[in-house]
Design a protein. Structure first.
Length: 194
């Protein structure tokens, strides 16, 4: 029998919503305030939803964010080196109340999911740049991206209604649950990823 490597954090997360819950959220979404996600945020949302970012269940709240940038691990000690966050401007942030749900759309206006907003908190961009990338120089592409983000971070679990649509590499796009099944079928004991 093959040993299965446990997902990071011990549980493969699935934030894809189905059935009655999905239908209910879709109906309620028309009454919610919405955020248009950047390309990077859409990618993060998908990675959270399918479990590629296990054990994350949403965009990081304040304590996890600071623990990751200060200690390169979650509050519970599990290693994690780069924050996964959703940012907005201060003006936009005033439209959203903690405890409310917010629609998450792609740049074409397609409904992707819902953020269950737990916290709004300041984005410490300079500290994040220095701690994560080792520099505050905008010539570094990671630092540049951090500085382009909004000044307020929104944290909370997500419920994903529709995965982003991809036109490329369709046959090669496998969710973690699918890759695990494939590895088991093939009898592979070691897998190298890059």
């Amino acid at each position: 029998m093959l040993n299965t490597i446990e997902p990071h954090g011990g549980k493969l997360i699935n934030r894809m919503i189905e059935g009655d819950e999905r239908e209910g959220l879709e109906k309620r979404a028309v009454e919610m305030k919405a955020i248009t996600l950047s390309y990077r945020e859409v990618s993060d949302l998908e990675m959270i939803a399918i479990g590629a970012f296990s054990p994350l269940e949403g965009f990081m709240c304040r304590d996890e964010y600071h623990s990751v940038i200060d200690n390169m691990k979650f509050c519970n000690g599990l290693p994690w080196t780069i924050p996964v966050t959703l940012s907005v401007s201060e003006g936009e942030a005033s439209n959203y109340k903690e405890g409310n749900d917010i629609v998450l759309n792609d740049e074409k206006g397609n409904l992707l999911g819902i953020l269950h907003l737990e916290e709004k908190y300041p984005h410490d961009k300079e500290k994040e740049a220095l701690e994560v990338y080792g520099t505050t120089e905008e010539d570094h592409p990671g630092v540049k991206k951090v500085y382009e983000m909004g000044d307020i971070l929104l944290g909370g679990k997500i419920s994903v209604i529709n995965k982003p649509v991809h036109d490329d590499f369709k046959e090669d796009r496998l969710d973690p649950i699918e890759t695990r099944k494939l590895f088991k079928e093939k009898g592979w004991r070691r897998v190298v990823g890059f």
